[in-house]
Write a protein that binds this ligand. Sequence first.
Ligand code: CMP
Length: 137
Amino acid sequence: MEQTLSIIKPDAVKKGVIGKIIDRFESNGLRIAAMKKVQLSEQDAAEFYAVHKERPFFGELVEFMTSGPVVVMVLEGENAVAKNRELMGATNPKEAAPGTIRADFAESIDANAVHGSDSLENAKIEIAFFFAKREIV
Ligand code: CMP
């Protein structure tokens, strides 16, 4: 059984599709082990996305991720990391397969509705960034 981190980004929260996105996870065998709505500070977003610090889009990414509240979740299930990424679709919604979360709810590569950990190793780091052990049940 794996755990992975999911973030419903500010664009999807503003659109009012939190429930629709969560339904995709629950209907596809991913259980919500932890969940909260948070407003990220600039420092939070910069630290969370530190691996992208040198990328040209870093400034916009931090600005976007702090533009409104996000919903962070720990998803649990068999092959949760890969399953979540399959349900999300490609980073760029224009390339996302039909029926995926990004194809259905995202506008652009910045406002792309959701984030999901890209490996089990990063999932552990990302989960620990947002959640204390007692919050994961
Ligand atoms: P996410 O999975 O949250 O990880 C980093 C984010 O940077 C990514 O989703 C995109 O929303 C954003 N981003 C913006 N431009 C790019 C790009 N050219 N390549 C990858 N990610 C990008």
